[in-house]
Write a protein of this length. Structure first.
Length: 188
């Protein structure tokens, strides 16, 4: 094994952690869930750091890392909603945003052309708020901290950033499609 594969192995490990996280939440083992979630977060940061700082970026990693992140978020929100730790509507908002982005990118690819997506500032803020919210909810269930008011406040900010991020991606996609269409019209 080459050292340059370490980031991808960490990403695969993070994908493997989804099942024990879901099972822990489902079985009410909230302390285990918090620990697994923190390990997953640490490996996410570590694989990104190694890929950037050591020049170990790969095409596989570029595809696998965001897929691992989405899988972790999707499964965690769905499970927390199923065990009634978060409202179903809130999980639906988060999942709907991701489906909108994936569907929009697929539609763009199908009808316009290749799509080069990049995380926007509001998207990065949204991801941070989603992670913080999930950590708050799981920590509250496991340890009674933070107080529920903190989780609710973080959740409210997260809903705003989720909607703003989804709308921002739609705006960017429409703008790119228009520019692509104008460019194609000039080529005729």
């Amino acid at each position: 094994m080459r050292a340059s594969n370490i980031p991808n192995l960490l990403t695969v490990f993070r994908i493997v952690l989804v099942a024990p996280l879901v099972l822990s939440l489902h079985n009410g083992n909230n302390v285990s869930a918090v620990l697994i979630f923190c390990v997953a977060g640490f490996t996410d940061g570590l694989d990104g750091y190694l890929a950037r700082s050591m020049g170990w970026r790969t095409r596989l990693g570029a595809l696998l890392d965001p897929a691992a992140d989405k899988l972790m978020m999707f499964c965690t929100f769905v499970t927390l909603a199923s065990v009634k730790l978060v409202p179903l509507w809130l999980a639906a908002v988060v999942i709907a945003r991701d489906l909108l982005i994936v569907g929009g990118a697929a539609g763009y690819r199908l009808f316009v052309g290749p799509f080069e997506g990049a995380a926007t500032t509001v998207s990065k803020l949204n991801t941070a708020m989603q992670l913080l919210f999930l950590l708050c909810v799981m920590s509250e269930a496991a340890f009674g901290l933070p107080p529920q008011a903190v989780s609710v406040a973080v959740g409210a900010v997260m809903v705003v950033t989720t909607v703003a991020s989804g709308l921002d991606y739609v705006r960017i996609g429409v703008k790119k499609a228009r520019l692509q269409g104008e460019g194609a019209g000039n080529d005729r």
